[in-house]
Design a protein around this ligand. Structure first.
Ligand code: SAM
Length: 215
C-alpha cells in the first residue's frame, strides 16, 4: 500500500504542482517527502493524492495540494526562518513548512484537531513544530516576532495585532475577503509601510475568533 502511495505522491507532484508552475525545488522536494496520506482520516486515505481538499473532521479540511504548494512557494521560507501558521488542521502544511525553515508555531482553535495534528507530526518524527490551542486570529504574541505568517483559514482582514507580530521585511500570506470567496494575498512589511499584492481567487473554511467571521 505504501509503495502505491509513493507512486501516487510522485504523480501528484508532477501533474498537480510542476505542471501548474510550482518551481521551487525545495518546495517540490518537501511534497515528495511528506506523506499526505498520513494526515487524513482512514476513510479518505484512498483519496489522499487527489487534486482536492479533503475532510478531516469537525467541519474542517486539509487544503488541496496545489493550494498548499502555492502558498508555501509564496512564503519564500529560508532555513533560519520562524513561521507562524494560523489554522493547524491536520498538521500537513506545518509538516511541509517544517522541512523548509527553522521552526513552525501553529495555532488551532479546535483542541481535537490540534491533538490529531500532534499525532501525525510525532508519527513522522517532526520535532521543529509546536502546536498551540487558541484563537489564532490574535496571532501568538508569546513567540513573536515572526519572519513569516501564514493563514490557512479565510480571514475578513488582517488586523494590526498580526502586523505587529511580523518582523521587518516579513511576509504574510492570507486568503482574504468574503466568507465564501477570497483572494490569496501577500503582505510585506517594509519599515513602517505595508505593501501588498493579490494572486488568485480561492475558497477556504472561515477563520473564527475575535478577528474572524462570526458565522
Ligand atoms: N493547514 C491545515 C492543514 O494542513 O491541514 C488546513 C487548515 S483548515 C483549511 C483551517 C483550520 O483553521 C481549521 O482547522 C480551523 O479549525 C482553523 N481555524 C479557524 N479559525 C481559527 C482561529 N481563530 N484560530 C485557530 N485556528 C482556526
Amino acid at each position: 500500500m505504501n509503495k502505491n502511495f509513493d507512486i501516487l505522491r510522485k504523480k501528484m507532484v508532477e501533474e498537480q504542482l510542476i505542471n501548474r508552475n510550482i518551481k521551487d525545488k525545495r518546495v517540490l522536494d518537501a511534497f515528495l517527502k511528506i506523506p499526505r496520506h498520513d494526515f487524513v482520516p482512514d476513510d479518505v486515505k484512498k483519496f489522499a493524492y487527489d487534486d482536492s481538499p479533503l475532510p478531516i473532521g469537525f467541519g474542517q479540511t486539509i487544503s488541496q495540494p496545489y493550494m498548499v504548494a502555492a502558498m508555501t512557494e509564496l512564503l519564500d521560507l529560508k532555513e533560519d526562518h520562524i513561521l507562524l501558521e494560523i489554522g493547524t488542521g491536520s498538521g500537513y502544511q506545518a509538516a511541509i513548512a517544517s522541512q523548509l525553515c527553522k521552526f513552525v508555531y501553529t495555532i488551532e482553535r479546535i483542541s481535537e484537531l490540534a491533538e490529531f495534528a500532534r499525532q501525525n507530526l510525532d508519527n513522522l518524527g517532526i520535532s521543529n513544530v509546536e502546536i498551540i490551542v487558541g484563537d489564532g486570529s490574535l496571532g501568538y504574541a508569546d513567540k513573536a516576532p515572526y519572519d513569516r505568517i501564514l493563514y490557512t483559514a479565510a480571514a475578513p482582514f488582517v488586523p494590526d495585532v498580526i502586523f505587529k507580530q511580523l518582523k521587518n521585511n516579513g511576509i504574510i500570506i492570507v486568503p482574504e475577503g468574503e466568507r465564501h470567496s477570497q483572494m490569496l494575498k501577500k503582505y510585506i512589511k517594509k519599515n513602517s509601510n505595508i505593501e501588498s499584492c493579490l494572486y488568485f481567487g480561492c475558497i477556504f473554511v472561515p477563520l473564527k475568533g475575535e478577528h474572524g467571521f462570526e458565522y
